[in-house]
Ligand binder design. Structure first.
Ligand code: 26V
Length: 823
């Protein structure tokens, strides 16, 4: 179709024509026979077309300027849906809505059709997605590299109160956003051996001969910044076999054997590892990590050589950011490529590697610190193990040369763990191979310096730095909360959309205006009604939207303390039953989150939530004053409905254990008040919004440490709290599990005698803080004043701020000036 065919005055007419064209010529349907999915596809393709020219411009501009490029390597990108994101960043949302409505289709319905791209587990993956959007908005030349998992994070069904995992099939209807690039393909080797080749000049060269090679094929998804500022690329790799079908075996009648190689190779990009903060320790996981790293580094070195022609300039033109240790083998692969393939001298290769690489740590939990058995590494990546040994020997020798002989210290900074079978420590490897190691909140970074990386930090005191997380306001305010966004724009002007980090602060004086507070509260009320409707459809439960919506949504993990919240629920339930005449403040407890399939305790917590829900929701004596719902299958899209409807945000991890948290920021931005511990980024949130506008309670990280050393037996604490005794007693005695009265005996005994996460120890403080919540709720002026303050003071938690800091301190790339909005 040429432009003249579309040349109409009205942008809506123009877009409509584009959609109809896509429906006919790309989807192959006419409007009369089109299903909703066909319309979705046509609209997505028409939208994608609008990105292409910007995309090309962005990339040629970067080439022309020979700008430094950022490469974000991550095993996870938790993207969610893209339709509204892309339309809204392109400024086409209203036009698309109108165009679709004139075509007789509601945009909102198409929005719901798009499957979530759930290529991540939780915070770390979602952060990568927010960063991609911010980097495009800030016009940084950035590439995301990841794996195109056929199956993302499992779908969670709740069957009889228990979590059941079902496979996620997001690609069943194709993916209109991506471009397959079969010509962009690299070979990734596994196994085999290394031979030493003597060269004529007397030197020698190591040659790795892999036993098996897999091809990595690129799939590119354009990522558009706000107002189309720039369009970057998320490149996801798919694994394909070298040879799809071994014809000789097939012809010999071995039909399954003929495809075995294909199945083995392609299993690499079949499924996302569904664990979160637990060590998977599986060979397939290491294969995934190396697959991503090798394909990405080959690709970026190819591009670098094409554009710049020499490797010396690598650190000036390339910044590689490792999203946790998952891609940490990059340090070794870079050495292999530079030394073995590009024939650079070892020392030079090392300084180029370190200068180009940076590493972000996202968790201090010991069970999540990756390490790989030496034997597995040797079998899968023999040349890499050699390089690791060489690096380690040099590292330890250098320390000895500096007169450091402390055996304990040398042991702790070694790349090889000797205690529990020999293993390669990926954290130490990433630390050694990177010029920057960052934590994700001030507290987390401090704890990194004091704990996991204490010794390495002493040796390299300038490497550890902090970059407190942020979230993209385009998705987590504008898209999820159009009502509030309108109100903000009406009140503060368009600047809210362009520079929310600064503009939101102008909202503060409005916290004092009753009329404004009322409008603000009305936006929340509408969001609560939308959520209540969703819950009614999903679960058949009616919620009182005038009650406090008290929300706890995130991965289910003992350290995130869903159990503390459940104990509060039970205690409140008992209090209401015991004293029905008191004026209780109505509450709706909302839970959602997935448990790792292998994490039994987390799955039991889900069952407990559902058992409590059934009991209290069905108990007429509480008169609907308290309800609990567990909404199944928490994902980005569900978060988008839940977060703007929350009055209270539960951020109650054991202090010292949540690296940052990012949902805490999303809730506060949308005006929920936080009940939380001084953990992760909550600490900095309290600095920004003021403790008087939050409900901070419980032990500090230091106090947790002290109590841990004292005892994990909580008999003393429990003896002092009748309320806690009663709540624990009811759960233990089977009040909520009459079908299996002993279901929770071990769980409760664990809390009593081995309370690793300080649930009992923090219970009374939490109860008291919750009663402060009730009190504030009963004074709407105070409540909504605090709520407005939360929105006003969240500007700093924009991922644009975070990315600007990465650009300045770690990547050393200048930010181009922000463009004025497009007309
Ligand atoms: C570990 C593993 C181990 C092997 C199997 C797959 C797998 C997947 C993820 C992880 C670690 C997850 C770490 C994580 O998500 N950390 C979260 O990062 C957020 C962004 O920085 C932060 O806000 C959260 O506090 C932190 O828990």
């Amino acid at each position: 179709m040429n432009d003249s065919q579309l040349d109409t005055d009205s942008p809506v007419e123009h877009f409509k024509a584009l959609i109809l064209y896509k429906l006919r010529y790309a989807v192959g349907k006419d409007p009369a026979n089109a299903y909703e999915h066909d319309w979705f596809e046509a609209l997505a393709l028409a939208t994608r077309d609008q990105l292409i020219d910007h995309w090309e411009e962005s990339s040629t501009q970067v080439d022309r300027q020979a700008a430094k490029r950022v490469y974000y390597l991550s095993l996870e990108f938790l993207i969610g849906r893209l339709l509204i994101d892309n339309l809204s960043n392109l400024g086409l949302l209203d036009i698309a809505r109108q165009a679709m409505s004139e075509l007789g289709v509601e945009l909102e319905r198409l929005r719901e059709i798009e499957p979530d791209a759930a290529l991540g587990n939780g915070g770390l993956g979602r952060l990568a997605a927010c960063f991609m959007e911010s980097m495009a908005t800030l016009r940084l030349a950035a590439h995301g590299y990841g794996i195109r998992y056929e199956h993302g994070l499992f779908r969670q069904a709740i069957i009889d109160g228990w979590q059941a995992e079902q496979t996620e099939t997001w690609l069943d209807f194709g993916n209109p956003w991506e471009f397959e690039r079969p010509e962009v393909a690299y070979r990734v080797g596994f196994g085999g051996g290394v031979t030493n080749h003597e060269l004529d000049d007397g030197s020698s060269r190591q040659v790795w001969q892999p036993l098996e090679t897999v091809r990595a094929i690129a799939y590119d998804t354009p990522v558009v910044g706000w107002r189309g500022a720039a369009v970057n690329t998320l490149r996801l790799w798919r694994a394909r076999a070298e040879e799809n079908l071994q014809l000789d075996r097939f012809n010999a009648g071995d039909h399954f054997g003929a495809v075995a190689g294909e199945v083995r190779a392609e299993s690499i990009s079949q499924v996302l590892y569904p664990a979160d903060d637990t060590e998977a320790g599986q060979e397939l996981r290491l294969r995934q990590e190396y697959f991503l790293v090798s394909a990405s580094l080959q690709d970026l070195l190819d591009r670098h050589m094409r554009l710049h022609g020499d490797l010396q300039s690598l650190p000036d033109k390339v910044a590689i950011q490792l999203n946790d240790t998952h891609p940490a083998i990059a340090v070794v692969e870079m050495m292999r490529l530079l030394v073995d393939e590009h024939r650079l001298p070892w020392e030079q290769a090392w300084s180029l590697t370190v200068a180009s690489t940076a590493y972000t740590n996202h968790t201090l939990l010991p069970e999540a610190l990756e390490s790989w058995p030496v034997a597995l590494m040797e079998r899968l990546l023999p040349r890499h193990l050699q390089i690791i040994y060489l690096l380690n020997a040099e590292h330890i020798d250098a320390l000895r040369a500096k007169d450091i002989h402390d055996f304990q210290l040398l042991r702790s900074v070694s790349l090889i763990e000797e205690d529990h079978g020999r293993r390669v420590r990926m954290g130490n490897l990433a630390f050694l191979g990177a010029h920057s190691i960052n934590g994700v909140s001030a507290l987390h970074t401090r704890l990194m310096r004091d704990t996991v990386f204490r010794d390495l930090h002493r040796l390299y005191p300038n490497r550890v730095n902090n970059k407190t997380n942020g979230v993209t306001f385009r998705r987590w305010l504008f898209q999820v909360n159009p009502g509030l966004t309108h109100l903000l724009v009406d009140t503060l002007g368009e600047a809210v959309l362009e520079e929310p980090e600064t503009a939101l602060a102008q909202l503060e004086p409005y916290a004092e205006r009753k009329a404004f507070r009322e409008e603000y509260a009305l936006c929340r009320q509408r969001n609560k009604e939308a959520l209540a409707e969703r819950v009614r459809l999903l679960l058949g439960i009616n919620l009182d939207t005038s009650a406090i919506f008290d929300v706890h949504v995130k991965r289910i993990h003992e350290y995130k303390r869903q159990l503390l919240n459940l104990l509060h629920t039970v205690a409140l339930y008992q209090a209401i039953r015991n004293d029905p005449t008191t004026e209780w403040v109505p509450r709706v407890k909302i839970f959602a989150g997935k448990a790792a399939a292998s994490y039994w305790q987390a799955k039991l917590i889900i069952k407990l939530a559902n058992d409590i829900s059934r009991t209290i929701n069905g108990d007429p004596t509480v008169h609907g004053l308290l309800k609990l719902v567990f909404i199944p299958n928490y994902n980005v899209s569900l978060a988008e409905t839940i977060i703007p409807a929350a009055d209270l945000s539960e951020q109650i991890s054991t202090a010292g254990m949540e690296a940052s948290g990012t949902s805490n920021m999303k809730f506060a931005l949308n005006g929920a008040l936080t009940i939380g511990t001084l953990d992760g980024a909550n600490v900095e949130m309290a600095e920004q919004v003021g403790e008087q506008n939050m409900f901070i309670f419980g032990m500090t990280a230091q106090q947790v440490e002290a109590r841990r050393r004292l005892a994990l037996d909580m008999s003393d604490v429990v003896a002092d709290s009748e309320r806690l005794q009663a709540a624990l007693g009811a759960i233990r005695d089977g009040v909520f599990s009459p079908d299996d009265p002993s279901r929770y005996v071990d769980l409760v005994d664990g809390l009593l005698y081995h309370d690793r996460f300080m649930v009992c120890a923090d219970f009374e403080a939490y109860w008291t803080a919750q009663r402060q919540v009730d009190k504030r709720w009963l004074k709407p002026n105070d409540w909504w004043r605090s709520a407005v303050f939360n929105t006003a003071r969240m500007g700093w938690f924009s991922s644009d701020r975070t990315i600007s800091e990465y650009a300045r301190d770690i990547w050393q790339v200048p930010l181009p000036p922000r463009t004025p909005p497009q007309q």
